[in-house]
Design a protein around this ligand. Structure first.
Ligand code: G6P
Length: 600
């Protein structure tokens, strides 16, 4: 996730762009840059936070009344000056800023190299200005060339394009990444999100997928880049405050990020199959495979353990990073997959160091390009959840699970075990973002009202089986982290070995009844706690059979068992969130916790 901005009008563009970029830093902050036009094109960019780059390069002093800017959250290519945006074409006259991921950049790069274009960065974006130039050389029509280029791009992209040869306009394009146009008096603004430009205007036009717009100081014309058909759209009046806008109208980043999960999964599913094949080969070469992680990432690793075993018959050991040194059996035959959204967790880095020292090979799965773990790993894999602001991990968990499910499908294939189940899973994954979106909207009001019943709870017990087990661990972690209520997740089968003694009249129990072979056993466990007077809230796959047997029921649409974590985690996260808010606490800033724990 990156942030892009643009300005065309009669004022100096640079200070406006700079201010807008600072307001978008929550979308990415590893590097930034700007391009302006004043007779010719000026470009400044570098690695680092925007304020530091401005101090070094004097961004605000760039000349011209038109320009674009970018704040980056790296996806392809580590944070560096050369990978920072804007990117130029080989003629140096066209500048592009991009938010998103170009899936077919490799083919496009080859195609352009065949036509003599040279590439200097490791980004997917650099193909875009060159592709535009390729068409422009023949037609001389910038707008038409941007349209031709947009039609050939696959993936997600919000683009802003400027050229020194047509110095009065910005061309904006949108597919699956947000883009907002702000209308002023004799000036027009462009941004990934509303807060970047809200101080200048509240008259906004939202660009939709498949559309492009030409922005001049007095006019905005929108058309579909596929058909070329003109689009008429009335501006809307945005009533948000700047703070509300940063959270896209959500009261907290935690809730915003819970609702961003379908996008995080969708973008992560765009990882090219070659990357998963590489990781599968890496793991298959080993005598033994460990998945190591902390916190929420550890729970994603546990989901993977079930998926890898059930789908690919591929056993892995999942170990908490801080314990790995004590029990990891490491030598040249060992492969370690370290899972860490931040790529900076000290316990995980230490475990990786120890594994490498013993001759093991290390792959990592992280959400932060260029993070410390990437420099210590033999193979680097990424989720594409975008930056997560809230301390509690939500969308990065969903992205990790989606990635690891794809890995299970890949391993099943590589081991000749890709039967109907893995085909169903592979096909089902593609529709998960839409189903997740539906579940979010449907369950939120219900969970919000159920949360009232937990406000003064002292203990909450969560039980699950199969993939429901890592889910209850994760649900209990979310509840602990932000509500401060003691909560414990456990395999439902273990109840009778101890915890059942704590269940008495009114004890809150959340039963996570996922689909699959264990479902009936879970229903029996529900009866077991009910018989002892527990207050049971069931989150159940197609839960009709539980109606009347439990106190509260949240029914989840039926899916393939291994896909169910992506849906069942939603009510658990929402419950933690709404209990927290109901208790008057701030979910974004839980006491004593840090987003990235860089001490052992
Ligand atoms: C901290 C965060 C958790 C996170 C854990 C592991 O404890 O508060 O939300 O799950 O670190 O982080 P990682 O970046 O390694 O996934």
């Amino acid at each position: 996730m990156c942030g892009i901005v643009g300005y065309v009008g009669s004022r100096p563009a640079a200070p406006i762009l700079l201010e807008a970029l600072k307001r978008l830093e929550y979308r990415g902050y590893d590097s930034a840059g700007m391009a302006t036009v004043s007779r010719k094109l000026f470009v400044k960019k570098d690695r680092g936070r925007i304020a530091d780059i401005d101090r070094r390069l004097k961004l605000a002093e760039m000349p011209g009344n038109l320009g674009v800017g970018h704040t980056r959250w790296a996806t392809h290519g580590e944070p560096s000056r050369v990978n920072a945006h804007p990117h130029l074409d080989n003629s140096g006259k066209i500048a592009v800023v991009h938010n998103g991921i170009i899936e077919n950049y490799f083919e496009l790069k080859k195609f352009l190299q065949g036509h003599g274009y040279r590439f200097t960065s490791q980004t997917d974006t650099e193909v875009i200005p060159n592709l535009i130039h390729h068409f422009l050389k023949r037609s001389g029509d910038l707008e038409g060339s941007v349209r031709q280029a947009a039609k050939r791009l696959r993936g997600s992209f919000a683009l802003a394009v400027i050229s020194e040869e047509e110095p009065g306009k910005i061309i904006a394009v949108r597919q699956d990444s947000p883009l907002i146009i702000g209308l002023g008096e004799g000036e027009v603004f462009l941004a990934s999100d509303i807060p970047a430009i809200l101080q200048h205007t509240n008259r906004m036009l939202v660009l939709e997928n498949g559309e492009m717009a030409v922005l001049t100081p007095d006019d905005v014309s929108i058309k579909k880049f596929g058909s070329g058909a003109t689009v008429k759209r009335e501006p809307m009046l945005v009533q948000w405050t700047a703070e509300m806008a940063e959270k896209e109208g959500y009261p907290h980043f935690t809730l915003k990020e819970i609702f961003q999960q379908p996008d995080a999964v969708r973008d992560t599913l765009r990882v090219p199959p070659e990357e998963l094949k590489r990781l599968a080969r890496f793991l298959l070469r080993a005598k033994r495979v460990y998945l190591i992680a902390c916190g929420t990432s550890y729970h994603a690793a546990l989901v993977a353990k079930y998926a890898l075993a059930k789908l690919a018959g591929f056993p892995v050991e999942v170990v908490i990073s801080s314990e790995f040194g004590e029990i990891g059996n490491m030598d040249e035959g060992t492969a370690v997959l370290a899972i860490t959204q931040s790529g900076e967790t000290a316990d995980t880095l230490k475990a990786v160091e120890a594994a490498r020292a013993a001759g093991a090979r290390v792959a990592c799965l992280t959400n932060v390009v260029g993070s410390s773990i990437t420099r210590m790993s033999d193979l680097v894999c990424y989720t594409y959840a975008g930056p997560e602001v809230s301390v509690v991990a939500t969308k990065t968990f969903a992205a990790q699970v989606a990635y690891l499910l794809r890995l299970a499908v890949q391993l099943a294939e590589a081991r000749g075990r890709s039967g109907p189940r893995s085909k169903r899973l592979a096909a089902g994954l593609g529709s998960m973002p839409e189903i997740m979106r539906k579940v979010l909207v449907e369950v939120e009001p219900r969970v919000k009202s159920l949360a009232r019943g937990f406000l003064s709870a002292e203990h909450i017990y969560l039980i699950g089986r199969g993939v429901g087990y890592p889910l209850v661990l994760e649900g209990a972690l979310k509840i602990k982290e932000i509500t401060y209520i003691h909560s414990e997740g456990m395999p439902a089968g273990e109840l009778k070995h101890g915890t059942l003694a704590l269940i008495e009249r009114g004890t809150p129990v959340i039963a996570v009844v996922t689909p699959g072979g264990m479902r009936m056993k879970m229903v029996s466990n529900v009866e077991e706690v009910k018989a002892r007077g527990a207050q049971v809230t069931a989150i159940a796959d197609n839960g009709k059979d539980l109606e009347g047997h439990v106190d509260e029921l949240i029914s989840i649409p039926h899916t393939e068992e291994l896909l169910s974590p992506l849906l069942f985690i939603i009510p658990l996260q929402l419950l933690a969130y709404h209990i927290t808010v109901g208790r008057g606490q701030d979910p974004d800033r839980p006491r004593s916790l840090a987003k990235s724990v860089t001490v052992e």
